[in-house]
Design a protein around this ligand. Structure first.
Ligand code: ATR
Length: 288
């Protein structure tokens, strides 16, 4: 059990609901491993209470906090400054107190890119990417991939018009990357699939065993790989399909860990201790 002192600084996570969050387990394990005088706590904040909660956290002098569903975009007007990535994505998952200011960052974006590199050995520069989904998680992935120098990104979304909107928005900002939007169906997948270096699922499809109708990875380039942001079950349906065709794949656990490690480093100005968040997370997920 950690000791709370008069000097202990507070970190936390704002969400509604927040009970399911694994961030307290990961962050407190890392703080304890380094013996840092901080504590990380969950704050269950109803949407209508967000402005008061943020003002309260500022007045209380908390060192920083994570932000999760449903507050990632709603918090933006309540902050004093944003990082360029958070601004482009339109979502904040990490806030740091800097002097008297609350500054918003997005470590989902940088965490995704670092997980691609470390968990799949995948380098986004000059690559061709098929991105499934066009919501908030897709925006974080898109900004990271474009900043890392992706050559081409094709967005396949269930509602294709949302993919088209994203293409229009990002094509105007990232001139070095080619964009297109396609429907999320068997006909579109069968024409496109072989040209991609990686397929990234940013939707919740796969949680609890659901699958994308019409997505058959047989046509995928054999050197290609799959990144599935889903991590429950840990062996996702898309990963099962990938291993059937001999394709490398990873689930979203690495992204969850990397976003946490990067938030930790920002708040405490210490690199997160290697492997500590991962161990805490896997223990929590497997219940062992
Ligand atoms: P997040 O922040 O997790 O990305 P979001 O912004 O609500 O959440 O976006 C959810 C994404 O998952 C969207 O791309 C959504 O597709 P639509 O825009 O067509 O709704 C996608 N999604 C959710 N459920 C889906 C399903 N059953 N099949 C296909 N796509 C789904």
């Amino acid at each position: 059990m950690m000791t709370i002192l008069g000097t202990t600084r507070v970190l936390g996570i704002l969400g509604w609901p927040v009970e399911h969050s694994l961030s307290p387990i990961m962050q407190n394990a890392a703080l304890a491993a380094l013996g840092l005088d901080y504590v990380y706590v969950p704050f269950a904040v109803r949407p209508e209470a967000l402005p008061n909660a943020v003002a309260g956290l500022k007045a209380l002098g908390v060192a920083g906090f994570n932000v999760t569903i449903p507050h990632k975009s709603a918090i933006i007007p309540l902050l004093d400054r944003l990082s360029p990535e958070a601004e482009l994505i339109g979502a904040v998952n990490t806030v740091k107190r800097e002097g008297d200011l609350l500054v918003g960052y997005n470590t989902d974006c940088s965490g995704f890119i670092s997980s691609l590199r470390s968990d799949l050995g995948f380098e986004p520069a000059q690559s061709r990417i098929l991105l499934l989904g066009a919501g908030g998680a897709a925006r974080a992935a898109l900004v990271g991939l474009c900043q890392a120098g992706a050559r081409e990104i094709v967005i396949a979304n269930r509602h294709v018009e949302k993919g088209c909107q994203l293409v229009d928005e990002f094509a105007a900002i990232f001139g070095g990357t080619q964009f297109a939007a396609i429907p999320q169906d068997a006909a579109a997948f069968s024409v496109e699939l072989q040209k991609f270096d990686i397929l990234v699922n940013t939707t919740s499809v796969g949680m609890g065993g659901s699958v994308f109708p019409g997505l058959d990875l047989k046509a995928m380039n054999r050197n290609g790989c799959i990144y599935d942001m889903v991590y429950t079950p840990q062996e996702t349906p898309l990963m099962n399909e990938a291993s059937r065709w001999g394709l490398r794949s990873a689930n979203g656990i690495g992204m969850l860990i990397a976003q946490g490690e990067q938030a930790f480093a920002r708040w405490t100005e210490n690199a997160a201790p290697a492997g500590v968040m991962k161990k805490a997370l896997l223990t929590a997920l497997t219940g062992k």
